[in-house]
Design a protein around this ligand. Structure first.
Ligand SMILES: NC(=O)c1ccc[n+]([C@@H]2O[C@H](COP(=O)([O-])OP(=O)(O)OC[C@H]3O[C@@H](n4cnc5c(N)ncnc54)[C@H](O)[C@@H]3O)[C@@H](O)[C@H]2O)c1
Ligand SMILES: [Zn+2]
Length: 365
């Protein structure tokens, strides 16, 4: 598959999706015009991913002529913290990675969000590249330039926009990813189809079994079209100002509320799947979307073995309160991305609490 570029206001990302690209990532980076003089690199990964793929990347970086040091974090969301960011700054200083250095993230969204945030702020910004290894990172987290860490109160409250120069994706990494994480990533792929491409929604329905079996050519195709859909939206609204980028929030208003009310016991993608179902049911209740299209969404979520009901119910009032608290709430009104049809989103801020309540409670039966 050919490389392609995604241009955002602050920079351009070259995206390469190729089987076994991890064995040539050093050469790939070295050939990039903006990286050809780089000497020192900090490779950031988590211990699990580093155990699986670290040596291949280090070896390739050596062949590319980089002096690469490793900075490893514990796997999991708790590492996306200011404390770990602080340790990473110390490592950059210790290894003398200066303004002409590079931060290379190898891992899922936790690694790339943290590494990107540190790259954005170290010496007011050094180059950044990503080798994503989860489906969530392949189709979502690695593109768009959002980086950040969590504070105790909430996720992603501290952050910066920082565009990676290169995103190099090896679809074979998905073979070692737990099936539950693959399914969670598929929810974001369904999201992109629902907001931008009825054809790709059909495609998911048509190929569901082979996608679940991680057929290489299908996963490569899936990753590529997701990056193109997200990339096109981000190119039009790099800093989330013109409003187009809010479409990417489809399923996330309720999804984030469930995620935090459930104490992060569910995967993000699982909550997004539930949130998309609620958004479709709200769309239907408001006379925007046909019931038959809601059923198609429900059926596809089930085929990808994503939850369509909440086993451990979260109180409706808690979810409603969390929605009102969302950082994307404008002027005290929750903005909802709804659907008029599959592939045809619409933003509304006039959804009544009763409609939200009823749609949310359909998950609890
Ligand atoms: N910046 C953005 O635009 C953006 C978008 C979406 C999500 N995110 C962020 O991404 C994070 C979630 O990312 P995630 O779902 O990738 O989680 P993650 O980075 O925590 O990875 C999930 C788990 O999978 C393991 N893992 C990763 N790759 C593996 C592989 N190939 N084989 C086996 N195990 C592997 C990791 O060690 C980890 O335990 C959240 O913090 C979220 O806020 C950011
Ligand atoms: Zn998401």
């Amino acid at each position: 598959m050919d490389d392609f570029q995604i241009k955002t206001g602050p920079g351009t990302t070259v995206v390469s999706v190729r089987v076994d690209i991890l064995d040539s990532v050093g050469e790939t980076l070295r050939h990039h015009a903006e990286l050809d003089r780089i000497e020192r690199v900090l490779l950031v990964s988590d211990r699990r991913v580093a155990g699986l793929y670290g040596s291949r990347v280090l070896e390739s970086m050596r062949r590319g002529g980089f002096r690469t040091h490793e900075f490893l974090i514990e796997p999991g969301e708790a590492s996306k913290s200011l404390a770990v960011a602080g340790e990473m700054f110390e490592a950059l200083a210790r290894h003398q990675v200066g303004r002409d250095g590079l931060v290379l993230a190898l891992g899922g969204g936790v690694v790339s969000d943290l590494a990107g945030f540190v790259a954005a702020t170290w010496m007011r910004g050094v180059r950044f590249a990503i080798c994503p290894t989860t489906l969530e990172a392949d189709v979502d987290a690695s593109i768009g330039g959002k980086t950040g860490v969590n504070i105790a109160e909430r996720k992603n409250l501290v952050g910066a926009f920082h565009t990676p120069t290169v995103v190099a994706i090896d679809p074979l990494c998905l073979r070692t990813l737990p099936a539950r994480d693959v399914r969670a990533g598929l929810a974001e792929s369904i999201k992109h189809a629902l907001i931008a491409s009825p054809e790709r929604f059909d495609w998911h329905e048509h190929h569901a079994d082979n996608i679940m079996a991680l057929d290489d050519s299908l996963t490569t195709e899936l990753i590529e079209f997701n990056l193109r859909i997200k990339g096109e939206i981000v190119e039009r609204d790099a800093f989330e100002r013109s409003g187009v980028r809010v479409l990417l929030n489809f399923g996330h208003t309720v999804g984030h509320a469930i995620e935090s009310c459930a104490g992060y016991a569910l995967r993000h993608g699982e909550c997004v799947g539930l949130g998309m179902l609620v958004a479709c049911r709200i769309s239907c209740a408001m006379g925007l979307l046909n019931g038959s299209e809601v059923d198609r969404v429900l059926t596809l979520l089930r085929r990808f073995e994503l939850p369509t009901q909440l086993d451990q119910p979260v109180a409706t009032d808690d979810v409603l309160a969390r929605i009102r608290n969302d950082k994307k709430c404008v002027g005290g009104r929750a903005q909802f991305v709804l659907l008029e049809a599959i592939g045809k989103p619409i933003v509304r801020d006039d959804v009544s609490d009763n409609v939200i309540r009823e749609a949310y409670e359909s998950l609890l039966v």
